[in-house]
Ligand binder design. Structure first.
Ligand code: ARG
Length: 314
């Protein structure tokens, strides 16, 4: 009820102060929008969305590449799960949209936005090149590339990478970095884990991969492999963000509003703790979470199933 009142008040304020809300639509349409936004239970959606805005859809098709733990991976039932999946479902809940997740090759995500998918969440780093094709939300996570090597490897500096055979996931920032290394041969894989397997097999000399998945893959072969922090190699800090169609300002505003609310209300930190920092959440804690019962609702991708979905992966 509070939400409804707030949204209606916002509508009233928008109607009387149109420019402040960034719009030029007639007052009547602004307040109508506000009313429908309130009905969807959202505080984030802006008062106006262009006719072709993704916000006019009830269900957002979200592309990911579920081979990038802990951000996305195939859950127990085979459907994508992970931090990003939980985050985008929480965003969907905030902006009153159903979320349908589509697993695809990482390399085809950006080009699929606006046709096969509406948005993408995939531990995707904001880069200038990608910004030419899509708009990004505010960043939600920081990462740096790691260099995974076999224990005892001579590789420990940027110089050591020269002339080496470097394994990467195709189309990732690790791929771009490797391609810039003098004399290096770059072996591109559809999945990071395949690059890691070839490192174990001796087919590549090292693998360049984002921090968290690198640590996760290395932990599965802790006797043989180690992940070196990329800042020692001069790699820059990267920012993950949600990619959206270019020019859909209302969508960007709504998604950023939702991210902000999720940070303020503690949801974001809870997801970081659950998926990234602890890995495992004690049973007792899971049980105390509200929507932890249903496994079936994950199918329907209802926004409210975020908790259930994350529980299922354990
Ligand atoms: N952060 C890197 C990039 O944007 C790698 C992301 C890979 N993500 C994935 N879901 N496979 O290029």
């Amino acid at each position: 009820m509070k939400k409804l009142l707030a949204a209606v008040l916002t509508g009233v304020m928008c109607a009387s102060l149109l420019t402040a809300c960034g719009g030029s639509a007639p007052a009547a349409s602004a307040s109508t929008e506000a009313a429908s936004v309130a009905a969807a239970g959202s505080e984030s959606a802006p008062a106006e969305a262009a006719a072709d805005s993704v916000l006019n859809k009830d269900t957002l098709i979200v592309g990911t590449n579920a081979a990038f733990p802990p951000f996305e991976y195939a859950g127990a039932d085979g459907t994508p799960d992970g931090f990003d999946i939980a985050l985008i479902k929480a965003v969907g809940e905030k902006i009153g949209k159903n979320i349908e997740v589509k697993d695809m090759e990482f390399d085809s995500l950006v080009a699929s936005i606006g046709n096969k998918i509406d948005v993408a969440i995939a531990g995707m780093t904001v880069t200038d090149e990608r910004k030419n094709m899509v708009d990004f939300s505010d960043p939600y996570y920081e990462a740096v590339q790691n260099v995974i090597v076999v224990k005892g490897s001579e590789i420990s500096t940027a110089d050591d990478l020269k002339g080496k055979n470097i394994g990467v996931q195709l189309g990732t920032t690790g791929d771009f970095i490797a391609s810039d290394v003098e004399g290096a041969q770059v072996s591109q894989y559809n999945k990071g884990v395949d690059a890691v397997n070839d490192l174990l097999n001796g087919r590549v000399d090292c693998v360049i991969l984002d921090t968290n998945p690198a640590k996760e893959f290395v932990s599965q072969h802790a006797d043989e492999l180690t992940a070196l922090e990329g800042d020692g190699f001069g790699f820059e800090t990267e920012n993950y963000a949600i990619a959206m169609p270019k020019g859909d300002a209302a969508l960007v505003e709504a998604v950023n509003g939702a991210l902000k609310e999720l940070k303020e209300d503690g949801t974001f930190d809870a997801l970081v703790a659950e998926y990234i920092n602890n890995g495992e959440v004690p049973e007792a804690e899971e049980a105390s979470e509200e929507a932890s019962t249903e496994a079936a609702s994950e199918e329907s991708s209802e926004a409210a199933s975020t908790e259930a979905a994350s529980t299922e992966a354990e």
